[in-house]
Design a protein around this ligand. Structure first.
Ligand code: IMP
Ligand code: MG
Length: 181
């Protein structure tokens, strides 16, 4: 564990569990008889996906996509690059993008456009976290788990330089660990 690097716990484990179940209930209800295809954006959304899947009451399929991330930086460049594409076409499918966090909105804006061009039957988005004060582009997000302040967070899948993904809560990373000097 790397708890000594955490300044503050923003969302404890029990709140994550409860909120993911709530989201799953709403999502299950809204799809009804449809069978959604959950597209998780690697790697940050894997924990959220795994918990969400187990709480959904509708049958669903999953696929993965990887796009360029910040690497060791904590600011979005606005440039998005596909590192791994989906295994299969999505035409005619009810797609649900599963994302860990929406920050500037650049990643989801790009992904949404890319996937819409492939003619899914529908396209919706669920993001566990959102930093509304950081938004640069408007993206229609159907479900948001938690709105959080403009702080760099790690845990529950989210990383800094590939670390801290295993923490069971969402925590704020101590600033001295990523501040440039
Ligand atoms: P956006 O394109 O600026 O909306 O950024 C979205 C992506 O940036 C997310 O999918 C994360 O991978 C990453 N990201 C944004 N904010 C944070 C954070 O606070 N902690 C960890 N990763 C973040
Ligand atoms: Mg992500």
């Amino acid at each position: 564990m790397q708890n000594q690097d955490i300044a503050e716990i923003l969302v404890p484990e029990d709140q994550l569990t409860a909120r993911v179940q709530e989201l799953a209930d709403e999502i299950s209800l809204s799809y009804g008889e449809q069978r959604p295809l959950l597209i998780a954006v690697l790697k940050g959304s894997v924990m959220f996906l795994a918990d969400l899947m187990r709480s959904l009451s509708v049958p669903h399929a999953i696929d993965f996509m990887a796009v360029s991330s910040y690497g060791a930086a904590t600011e979005s460049s606005g440039v998005v690059r596909i590192l791994k594409d989906l295994d299969d076409p999505i035409a005619g499918q009810h797609v649900l993008i599963v994302e860990d966090i929406i920050d500037s909105g650049n990643t989801l804006h790009y992904l949404r456009g890319l996937l819409l061009a492939r003619n899914p039957a529908s396209l919706r988005i669920v993001s566990l976290l959102s930093k509304p004060s950081r938004r640069e582009v408007d993206v229609p997000v159907d479900w948001i788990g938690f709105e959080i302040p403009d702080k760099f967070v790690v845990g529950y899948g989210l990383d800094f330089d590939e670390l801290y993904r295993d923490l069971p809560f969402i925590g704020v990373l101590k600033e001295e660990l990523y501040a440039e000097n």
